[in-house]
Design a protein around this ligand. Structure first.
Ligand SMILES: [Zn+2]
Length: 190
């Protein structure tokens, strides 16, 4: 990145070996216009305007808002921080250490936070979107990962990258809620 105003950056992500061939390539990079539904709503919900994403994520994000309390909560917390800008896209080149997702977070001298989230196309999108958004929320909440690392409350997953239990838990909760609602809807014949 070439951001002259950047005060500091951190990278947060989690590893996981991915052995299948990569399938990315046809990504539509331009962010799509927002749907007309309510911000963070259950039915035809949409993300706050501060969150831009690759078009292919639209359906997944709407599904996550529809089916996961945890993700709606994350969305609502993001909406409370309009000075936190999120850019969500696929990783078009291999992530280091075979990570499934990565977020580069920059805080400008003026205060706004800009988070660039990359998701491996083969990863479980709901889990890793929620995981990385939680890392963004950690920064919106003012967490200083390097201080927490010194206290062993977070850890470096590789050089200059950090991992937190909070993000791991957030991703797993959303993933579980997606599975549970899918099962419940199937039982209900929806
Ligand atoms: Zn992480």
């Amino acid at each position: 990145m070439s951001c002259g105003m950047r005060a500091w950056t951190i990278v947060v992500c989690l590893g996981g070996l991915l052995l299948a061939p990569r399938t990315a390539g046809a990504e539509q990079v331009e962010p799509s216009p927002p749907s007309s539904g309510p911000v963070c709503g259950t039915a035809e919900g949409r993300m706050p305007t501060s969150v831009q994403f690759t078009t292919l994520f639209r359906e997944s994000l709407e599904e996550m808002l529809s089916r996961s309390d945890g993700f709606r909560s994350q969305c609502a917390r993001l909406a409370q921080h309009p000075w936190v800008y999120v850019r969500l896209k696929f990783a078009l080149s291999p992530l280091p250490y075979a990570f499934q997702a990565r977020t580069l977070i920059a805080r400008t001298l003026d205060g706004p936070i800009i988070a660039y989230i990359e998701i491996d196309p083969r990863a479980s999108w709901p889990e890793w979107i929620a995981h990385e958004i939680e890392h963004v929320l950690e920064q919106a909440d003012g967490l200083r990962l390097w201080d927490l690392a010194a206290e062993h409350r977070t850890w470096e997953s590789s050089e200059s990258t950090y991992e937190t239990q909070r993000a791991i838990d957030a991703g797993r909760i959303v993933s579980r809620q997606m599975r549970e609602t899918k099962r419940a809807r199937r039982v209900a014949g929806e």
